[in-house]
Design a binder for this molecule. Structure first.
Ligand code: AMP
Ligand code: GLY
Length: 431
């Protein structure tokens, strides 16, 4: 088969690496790809959002399957466009991608199907939104409706912060038209976790659980980022909680989207808060999580291409997933200044750390220059390790991370530490 992968981050590197292992794959292209991806796929100089150019390429090369990594082309309708031309593509239609593309759509959908989520109200008028803030308890969460590159959520501790968030989103339009509407919702308390589900519109398979670390600094301090590291599985999703996630959230979401005429084909990412009342949806995304994919997919023993094809061909009910029982921890290495301003073009050394069979160095923002790799983004690398349990995986991954160097490189030192703390708490006698 000939496969075209769309995207350029760490998520796309792990997808390319995993798909390349499939006996089905003869040729693998990635548009636009990055330095590391060029080791496993032929990188094509087309941006992920240039749908006409991607379509032209897929037709010319007679691509058998296109796999879309990021959300922007999905919400812009790449799947509808490819399917109109009878090309096979893994991902949701534009209508189904609204689950991520519009938080107001997602909230109203959850409300209609009784799916647990924070109590909310939607506004398209800043005056009314401001008035509403007079009558709510703080902290409160304010979210821009549309895509905002993971920056559109404000946790407001007091009234003045709420007003400031509304002005930034709806008046100054810092997220452009994504801020035409806002969702204001209750602030949930609990432990965050992520579940990835592959669906064909009717049937689905749930992948192993994971937990991301969104804040920039250790102990969840500082601003939110795209994700600083993840691990899988997470002890915060027990068998009992997973049963609840399936029955209360995943099943009604897939059924509801089908019922409303937008069957969800592709990966549904459910961002959860595990509260004392059980799992509650924080957000839906319509693609693999980044860096969750780098922690989950190294544990998948089954052929990924076979799973993605089964989703496109509506036969996921025939698929059983096989998992490596070991744990995986993935640490994101960033360029100094991220998530604000940072420099690029700096040489990366120590990449031979990946010579160990249990260590995977996935590239996010890198480019190749002859035999060297240079930094080319804020999140530069995503280093992952398999280990016999979380503690072993943590030890191995940080040994590898410590060997890799580039100008003003930084990373969190506490990825997956919460999993260890949780395990330790459990062993304390209840007396
Ligand atoms: P989202 O993009 O909706 O996942 O939000 C980004 C981050 O904001 C989440 O990962 C949470 O850390 C936080 N967040 C979002 N909604 C809520 C909420 N209702 N209560 C508490 N934290 C939230
Ligand atoms: N790790 C968060 C995301 O992919 O949206």
């Amino acid at each position: 088969m000939k496969i075209l992968l769309v995207g350029s981050g760490g998520r796309e590197h792990v997808l390319a690496w995993k798909m390349k292992q499939s006996a089905k794959v003869k040729e693998l292209y990635c548009a636009p790809g990055n330095g590391g991806i060029s080791d496993v796929a032929e990188c094509v100089d087309i941006q992920a959002t240039d749908i006409p150019a991607l379509l032209k390429f897929a037709k010319e090369k007679k691509i058998d399957l296109t796999v879309v990594g990021p959300e922007a082309p999905l919400t812009a309708g790449i799947v509808d466009e490819f399917e109109k031309h009878s090309l096979k593509i893994f991902g949701p239609s534009r209508a189904a991608a609204q689950l991520e593309g519009s938080k107001a759509f997602a909230k109203d959908f959850m409300h209609r199907f009784n799916i647990p989520t924070a109590v909310y109200k939607t506004f398209d008028d800043i005056k009314k939104a401001k008035e509403f803030l007079h009558n709510v308890p703080f902290p409160i969460v304010i979210k821009a409706d549309g895509l905002a590159g993971g920056k559109g959520v404000f946790i407001c501790q007091k009234f003045e912060e709420g007003i400031e968030a509304l002005e930034q989103i709806m008046q100054q339009k810092v997220f452009k038209d994504s801020g035409n509407k806002v969702v204001i919702e209750e602030c949930l308390i609990g432990e965050e976790a992520s579940i990835l589900v592959v669906s064909d519109g009717k049937d689905y398979v749930i992948l192993e659980s994971s937990q991301d670390h969104k804040r920039i600094f250790d102990d969840d301090q500082g601003p939110n980022t795209g994700g600083m590291g993840a691990y899988s599985p997470t002890p915060f999703i027990t068998k009992d909680i997973l049963g609840k996630i399936d029955a209360r959230i995943v099943e009604p979401t897939i059924r509801g989207m089908h019922k409303e005429g937008h069957p969800f084909k592709g990966v549904l990412y459910v961002g959860l808060m595990i509260t004392i009342d059980g799992p509650v949806v924080l957000e839906y995304n319509v693609r693999f999580g980044d860096p969750e994919a780098q922690a989950v997919l190294p544990r998948l023993k089954s052929d990924l291409v076979e799973i993605l094809l089964a989703s496109c061909e509506r036969r996921l009910n025939t698929i059983r997933l096989i998992w490596d029982k070991r744990s995986c921890v993935s640490v994101v290495m960033c360029a100094g200044g991220y998530p604000g301003q940072f420099e690029t073009g700096k040489e990366i050394t120590g990449l031979e750390a990946s010579n160990d069979k249990d260590i995977f160095v996935f590239h996010a923002g890198t480019k190749r220059q002859n035999s060297k790799f240079l930094t080319n983004g804020g999140r530069v690398l995503s280093v992952a390790s398999l280990g016999d349990g979380i503690a072993d995986a943590i030890e191995k991954v940080y040994k590898a991370v410590d060997k890799i160097k580039f100008y003003r490189c930084f990373f969190r030192r506490d990825i997956a530490a919460k999993a260890i703390r949780k395990a330790t708490r459990r062993t304390v006698p209840m007396r």
